[in-house]
Design a protein around this ligand. Sequence first.
Ligand SMILES: CC(C)(COP(=O)(O)OP(=O)(O)OC[C@H]1O[C@@H](n2cnc3c(N)ncnc32)[C@H](O)[C@@H]1OP(=O)(O)O)[C@@H](O)C(=O)NCCC(=O)NCCS
Length: 324
Amino acid sequence: MKIIGTGSYLPQRIMTNHDLEAIVDTSDEWIVKRTGIRERHIASKNESTSDLAYAAAKNALAMAGISPTDIDMLIVATSTPDYPIPAVAPIVASKLGCGQIAAFDINSVCSGFSVAILNAYGMLRTGLYRTVLVIGADTYSRILNWTDRTSCCIFGDGAGAAILQFDGRNNIISHKFGTDGARSNLICIPAGGAKNPIHSLDPNGPNNDLFFQMDGRSVYEFSIDVVPKTIVQLIEDAKIQPSDISAVLLHQANIRIIDAIAKYLDIPRERYLSNVDRVGNTSSASLPILLDEAVRGDKIHKGDKVMVIGFGGGLSWCGYVMEW
Ligand SMILES: CC(C)(COP(=O)(O)OP(=O)(O)OC[C@H]1O[C@@H](n2cnc3c(N)ncnc32)[C@H](O)[C@@H]1OP(=O)(O)O)[C@@H](O)C(=O)NCCC(=O)NCCS
């Protein structure tokens, strides 16, 4: 399998930690110390997830040098689609001019892009599809409770994309995808779905349950437990040494999580790529934005073994080692 093009898009508006100080009781110092985040991008009023996804995909198509009509499957990883129904992928396919192709969403929250890549890889290997566009796109600014300082300082909006074709190589040399639904309440929007529909809520209430909620401390503990185990397993299954990994792309949740994970493993710290200081946690978009920056920044070369791991809501974790 070959990635023939990558692209990303960040909305123009930048919100710094100092801007947040005017919204909630927080400080630049607290946010930088606890998360490493300095600024994030926020979608304009006229933009939503399909627009972000479209812009990222256009950049990936330009790099690949192919036409939208060459795409025969489009997968969007997102937990903030434009609407509850329909999926956002057909809307993006239509905006791009891909024609009436196979298009669907995957909601694995922050693991979504890795999950979508594994799905695409399976589709390509079986020969069912030839050119798959995988997009990770999220507009968390629309689901955040901007009075909740424990969550609103962490996220940003954005999108990233990758175009995959099968070149005869079975080059995802190990993978691991797990979930733990027993802890699904740690990251959730409790209302607005079928369990607690919007019309069952108090019309006069604050309705905080319609917004994103997270038990930050427990999510932190989950992350620094599951991700190192996943890394060790991926290396073992690939039958390689930690030093063979050229680049590690972890979901950009928080620099403290990345530092804590890197400390316990034998992969040199500088191989863990990061942009969380500039973009914050962009959920499904986090990994493809980082990947696009790495490709365009000449940080990934042919033959490199690249490790990619997403983790978050579900709870879920999904990673793979790909020979570039
Ligand atoms: C969210 C996170 C940064 C909070 O850091 P923490 O060290 O666990 O902090 P706590 O939640 O224990 O809160 C410590 C204090 O800081 C306060 N605080 C929380 N957010 C704050 C903010 N933005 N600014 C200032 N103070 C804040 C809390 O209210 C608490 O105050 P108290 O002691 O008076 O009650 C941390 O838990 C984390 O990174 N979790 C993982 C989150 C994540 O990455 N999620 C996405 C995964 S996909």
